[in-house]
Design a protein around this ligand. Structure first.
Ligand code: PEP
Length: 244
């Protein structure tokens, strides 16, 4: 399966950041993995134009479950597609925490993404409190069960395992800990989706950088990375792409 290096710019990036897309594409004309950048919605159209015809694909960081309507400030999956995006991140822990998003809403967003022809990157992950209580597999398993549409396929869905305590903190689980969670997710996906579950990409996110990427990518069932801070600069993200 083709691995995925996905960058989530979060609420970062102005027009000047377009230079990073050009630099990333120029440095990686024929990468050994899929490269994805999810800029803020304000930049999606321009980033998609800059990435057209290059190795870089684009996506959004969220979408509304409805196609259109009276939802001030939201964007729909159809709008993401219209702006040139091929992917959308749903259920990122910052949205679950800051906007009270639950599994049912995340699932509805993933369904909307699929209906619009987008690949949904569905994020799951435990908090530090849940990990310390020994509840990691239960929590992550519950999120996987509740956040994925029944007709998800290997082509239209990616799972991002992102321990909340590892995001933006510089803390990373051990490779054994990552292996355990990814193997558990894989078993659940295979039990529910059969061959599609075997082929669905499970990417790791949480303080991935060029210096730890190779070690993380060597873990079984790690099919790429979702990267926040280290995706903002082409030189940093390029080091992660090179490790895949
Ligand atoms: C993220 O935003 O999904 C993320 C993993 O952030 P960081 O790489 O900065 O930890």
């Amino acid at each position: 399966m083709q691995k995925l290096a996905a960058g989530n710019w979060k609420m970062n990036g102005l027009a000047a950041s377009l230079a990073e897309i050009e630099a990333l594409a120029t440095a990686h004309p024929t990468p050994g993995c899929d490269i994805l950048i999810c800029p803020p919605a304000t930049l999606l159209s321009r980033v998609s134009d800059a990435a057209l015809g290059t190795s870089v694909q684009t996506g959004a960081q969220d979408c509304h479950p409805k196609d259109s309507g009276a939802h001030t400030g939201d964007i729909s999956a159809a709008m993401v597609r219209d702006a040139g995006g091929a992917f959308v991140i749903v259920g990122h822990s910052e949205r679950r925490a800051d906007h009270g998003e639950d599994d049912a809403l995340v699932r509805a967003k993933a369904e909307a993404a699929h209906d619009a022809g987008l690949i949904a990157i569905v994020c799951v992950g435990e908090t530090l409190e849940q990990r310390e209580a020994g509840r990691t597999l239960e929590v992550v398993g519950g999120q996987v069960a509740g956040s994925l549409p029944d007709d998800a396929t290997a082509e239209d869905t990616v799972i991002a395992y992102e321990p909340v305590w590892a995001i933006g903190t510089g803390k990373v689980p051990t490779t054994d800990e990552i292996a355990l969670v990814h193997a558990d997710i894989r078993a659940r996906l295979t039990a529910r989706f059969g061959a599609d579950g075997e082929g669905m990409r499970i990417i790791y996110g949480g303080s991935v950088k060029a210096s730890n990427a190779a070690e993380i990518f060597a873990v079984p069932n790690v099919d790429g990375a979702l990267v926040g801070g280290a995706s903002l600069k082409a030189a940093d993200f390029g080091g992660i792409v090179d490790a895949l």
